[in-house]
Design a protein around this ligand. Structure first.
Ligand code: SAH
Length: 214
């Protein structure tokens, strides 16, 4: 077994399971996806630490536990069409690709999108589409989606994303102030979003027409 696999198992056994992550498919995917290939070389040794890490362009890859919580809240069973806003490194995208049928991921910074696309291709994911755009507007021509995950924070859930979610679908997004938010899980029922409030969190800002204005 290689050293990174050992670190990955330790991440799951010491950071995720004791804090209550239960979904076996999520745990298996996090034991599998090589997180160290999604962080810059100079911090590769920290890839499995219990923290967010810088990925360039002032952006971050989320802490493993936060990734696990968000992924578990999506309740993926394997046949969903998923929209992700905020590709970043592509790490969360890889997990979604493991757990769902098809993933559309939108990133506003093209250098990050290019890096993520290359990593996901190198790892052999064929059910992922990386798109450079303002994700606060969603992805109208591919809608509707079974699940939507937003990995950057906005003052509220962008309206276009709610419109592009299927009835019965789930959206997970951090919502709140610029430097502190709460993770929201919304389920769309009869056109209305029923919201549950989960863990406090800190995400980089979602910048765009229906997010922060820069
Ligand atoms: N999920 C990522 C972490 C993303 S950090 C990972 O696993 O690495 C949040 C990302 O959201 C950043 O890359 C940022 O550039 C992007 N972002 C911010 N506003 C956006 C917008 N309006 N549309 C698309 N992406 C956006």
């Amino acid at each position: 077994m290689d050293d990174f696999k050992i670190l990955r198992d330790m991440m799951v056994d010491y950071q995720l399971i004791p804090r209550g992550i239960k979904d076996e498919r999520v745990l298996a995917a996090m034991r599998k996806v090589p997180r160290h290939l999604f962080v810059p070389d100079f911090i590769r040794h920290s890839a499995y630490d219990d923290m967010a890490l810088p990925i360039g362009d002032d952006q971050t890859i989320s802490q493993p536990y936060m990734v696990a919580v968000m992924t578990e809240l999506l309740e993926l069973r394997g046949d969903e069409k998923v929209l992700e806003i905020g590709t970043g490194s592509g790490y969360q995208t890889a997990l979604l690709a493991e757990l769902a049928r098809e993933v559309y991921t939108v990133e506003r910074i093209s250098t990050l999108a290019d890096g993520a696309r290359r990593r996901l291709t190198d790892l052999g994911y064929e059910n992922v589409y990386v798109i450079v755009s303002d994700g606060t507007k969603g992805l109208e021509d591919k809608a509707p989606f079974d699940r939507i995950i937003v990995t950057a924070a906005a003052p509220k859930i962008p309206e276009p994303l709610i419109n592009q979610l299927k009835d019965g679908g789930i959206i997970v997004a951090p919502v709140g102030e610029r430097f502190s938010q709460i993770l929201i899980k919304g389920k769309k029922e009869k056109g209305m979003l029923i919201e549950e409030y989960h863990t406090p969190c800190v995400f980089v800002p979602l910048v765009g027409e229906h997010g922060w204005k820069g």
